[in-house]
Design a protein around this ligand. Structure first.
Ligand code: ATR
Length: 280
C-alpha cells in the first residue's frame, strides 16, 4: 500500500501558522488518510525541501514567510496568479513537474464572495498598503473587473512599484491622499499590518466616505479591527479578513488530497476558538 500523502507548511518561524489546524480539520472531516504538518525551514534549507518534494517525500505544501519569493524562483512552472503576484504560496506536483501557485488572491475574492455581497459590482477600490498581501489583493481586484485601483502607502516608492507592475488601472499615492481618495472608493481594503494585535490602529477619517461603500481588512487578529469598526460606524458593509486565510487553503487541499473542502462556520469557529486561546 502506498504511504499516506503528506503535505506541509514551511516557514521560518512557523509556530504561529493556523494552516495545520485548518487542513487537519478537513482531513478529519473528509476521512482522508493523509497528514499536514508545520515545518520550520530556515532559508538555507529551502532548496533541499524542493528536492525532497520532487523525490516524492511530500505530496506538496504551503510556503510562507520568508520563502514565497524563493519558491517562486525554484519551481518548474507557475500558475497565472503566482506570475502576476510574484510569489508562490502553494506547491504541488503534476506528472513530476513542481508547480507553484498563489492562492491568496483566490482566498481574498472567495471570502468577499461569501461575506460581502455586491463587491464585484464595484469600479473603484482604495488599497491601503503596498507589501506582499497588497499584490495579491490588487490582482484579485483586477480579475474581478475593477477599473481603478488607488494604492496608498506610507512609503510611496513601494506603491509606485506596484502601480508600474499592475499597469494603467492602478495609481500610487502617499498616505496623505487617503482622505480624498476615500470619497470615490466603492471598496476600501486594508493590507497593512496596522490594527493587528500589538500594532498601532489604522485611523482614517471616514466622514466623506460613500454610504454604499464596502470595507475589508486582511488583518484577522482581532476579527473586528479598529479600521473595520470605523467603517461599520460610518455605515459601510464590512467583511473581516479571516475568510481569506480559510479560503486560500482550499486549492492546495484539493491538489494534494483530491477533495475540494468546504469553508463553513464550523471551520471558522474552530479557528476563532484557537485565536481566542492565544490572544486572550
Ligand atoms: P505583507 O507581505 O504582509 O503585506 P509587508 O511587505 O511587510 O507585509 O507590508 C506591510 C505593509 O504595511 C506595508 O504597506 C507597510 O508600509 P511601508 O511599505 O511604508 O513599510 C505597511 N505598514 C506597516 N506598518 C505601518 C505603519 N506604522 N504605518 C503605515 N503603514 C505601515
Amino acid at each position: 500500500m502506498a504511504d499516506a500523502p503528506r503535505a506541509f507548511v514551511a516557514g521560518h518561524p512557523i509556530g504561529h501558522s493556523r494552516s495545520p489546524l485548518i487542513h487537519g480539520a478537513w482531513l478529519m472531516r473528509y476521512g482522508i488518510d493523509g497528514s499536514y504538518s508545520a515545518i520550520d525551514v530556515p532559508p538555507e534549507e529551502f532548496r533541499a525541501l524542493t528536492v525532497a518534494l520532487r523525490a516524492g517525500e511530500w505530496i506538496g505544501g504551503n510556503v510562507t514567510i520568508p520563502h514565497k519569493e524563493t519558491a517562486f524562483n525554484l519551481v518548474d512552472r507557475r500558475d497565472a496568479a503566482a506570475e502576476a503576484i510574484g510569489a508562490v504560496n502553494t506547491l504541488w506536483l503534476e506528472n513530476g513537474v513542481l508547480v507553484g501557485g498563489n492562492t491568496d488572491a483566490f482566498g481574498f475574492a472567495a471570502n468577499l464572495d461569501q461575506r460581502l455581497q455586491g463587491w464585484r459590482d464595484g469600479q473603484t477600490a482604495l488599497v491601503l498598503g503596498a507589501g506582499g498581501a497588497s499584490r495579491a489583493v490588487i490582482h484579485a481586484l483586477l480579475e474581478a473587473g475593477y477599473s481603478r485601483i488607488d494604492i496608498v502607502n506610507r512609503t510611496v516608492e513601494r506603491a509606485d512599484q506596484l502601480a508600474t507592475r499592475f499597469g494603467q488601472k492602478t495609481a500610487a499615492y502617499g498616505w496623505d491622499a487617503a482622505g480624498t481618495l476615500l470619497k470615490s472608493a466603492d471598496l476600501i481594503v486594508n493590507t497593512t499590518s496596522l490594527g493587528m494585535h500589538g500594532q498601532p490602529p489604522l485611523v482614517l477619517d471616514m466622514a466623506d466616505v460613500r454610504p454604499d461603500a464596502m470595507a475589508t481588512d486582511i488583518v484577522y487578529v482581532p476579527l473586528e479591527t479598529p479600521f473595520l469598526k470605523l467603517a461599520a460606524e460610518a455605515g459601510l458593509r464590512t467583511a473581516d479578513g479571516l475568510g481569506m486565510l480559510l479560503h486560500q487553503a482550499a486549492p492546495g487541499f484539493s491538489h494534494w488530497f483530491g477533495t475540494w473542502p468546504d469553508v463553513d462556520d464550523t471551520l471558522r469557529d474552530l479557528v476563532i476558538a484557537d485565536l481566542n486561546k492565544v490572544h486572550s
